[in-house]
Design a protein around this ligand. Structure first.
Ligand SMILES: [Zn+2]
Length: 303
């Protein structure tokens, strides 16, 4: 006896770079569910910033008959600044009370998480400016209203949504999206290395708020040059930043590690060096020893 699927979904229905919002909206539509019932049934939230655990991905893979990597890509975006802490653009730059979309993409019934990334100003598949639609708060939660708003946008531009013809338009300029993905990955790795190696940064302990996109992309660009073909995609080209490196002897790191054992942070040592009664000797010692690792890396602004 043939097993009938428990849900209206089929293998390969997930689309490359598709947003979680789009997946949830299509799943809800295909199965006649409200947004709330959809979240409850799938046991997921609409918040793009909460990745799923491996066992949750396996559960959805089994339920939807989709490959685990496809599920993972929807819930943990491949193109993102990962693990680079404050070098990454702040999530607060992503829209929450409006949805950004690309009109040509919406004519294919398609919405990507890249459309919602606040650090991108254009659709990477069509290179046109993104549009925004405000989410009316008519009742229901914000995630429910986001789903309802995307449904309206898609129905307006595509009469067959949530069905679609093909994904050929996504592959029309694959190399540009591949270039974007490659640069984001390399810049993230470089920024993660910087963040791990830091022992002190200016402004530590102060509440400076989020860095501007200009500073974020100025720093990332200084770490890894932005390929020319993706520059115009970025919401901010980045300020004028440059990277300076200086080699220090290994003994400097050994000395800093020794002071760390005494629970003295670098900023406290620096402060003690300049204000303490033994300022002269501290300062001379710190000056000899100041180092981040064997190679000291710093980012400077030219502006
Ligand atoms: Zn587009």
């Amino acid at each position: 006896m043939v097993d009938y699927p428990s849900v209206n979904w089929w293998p390969g229905n997930l689309r490359p770079y598709e947003s979680r919002l789009s997946f949830l909206a299509r799943f809800a539509e295909l199965n006649g569910l409200s947004a709330r019932a959809c979240f409850k049934f799938l046991k997921v939230t609409a918040d793009e910033r909460t990745p799923l655990r491996a066992d949750e991905i396996a559960r959805l893979s089994c339920l939807l008959h989709e490959a685990s990597p496809s599920i993972h890509a929807v819930f943990s975006h491949p193109i993102r600044f990962a693990d680079c802490e404050y070098y990454a653009p702040s999530a607060s730059s992503d829209p929450r009370h409006f949805i950004r979309y690309c009109e040509p993409c919406s004519r294919h019934g398609y919405h990507s998480y890249l459309h919602e990334a606040g650090w991108l100003s254009k659709c990477p598949f069509h290179m046109n400016e993104l549009k925004s639609v405000w989410i009316p708060m008519r009742g229901g939660t914000l995630p429910e209203q986001r789903i309802a708003t995307l449904r309206r946008v898609m129905r307006k531009h595509n009469g067959t949504w949530p069905y679609y013809g093909n994904n050929d338009f996504l592959a029309r300029d694959e190399s540009r999206v591949a270039s974007l993905e490659n640069w984001v990955r390399r810049a993230s790795c470089a920024a993660a290395c910087m963040a791990r190696a830091e022992i002190w940064r200016s402004g530590d302990g102060e509440s400076l708020g989020d860095m501007s996109l200009a500073q974020v992309f100025g720093q990332l660009r200084a770490l890894k040059a932005t390929p020319r073909r993706i520059k115009s995609l970025l919401a901010e080209p980045g300020g004028r930043w440059y990277l300076e490196s200086q080699a220090f002897p290994h003994s400097a790191r050994v000395e800093l590690d020794r002071l760390k054992q005494l629970h003295l942070s670098f900023s406290r040592r620096k402060s003690a060096a300049t204000t303490g009664s033994h300022a002269g000797s501290w300062y001379a010692r710190i000056k000899r020893c100041v180092a981040i690792t064997d190679v000291r890396l710093m980012l400077h602004s030219q502006s």
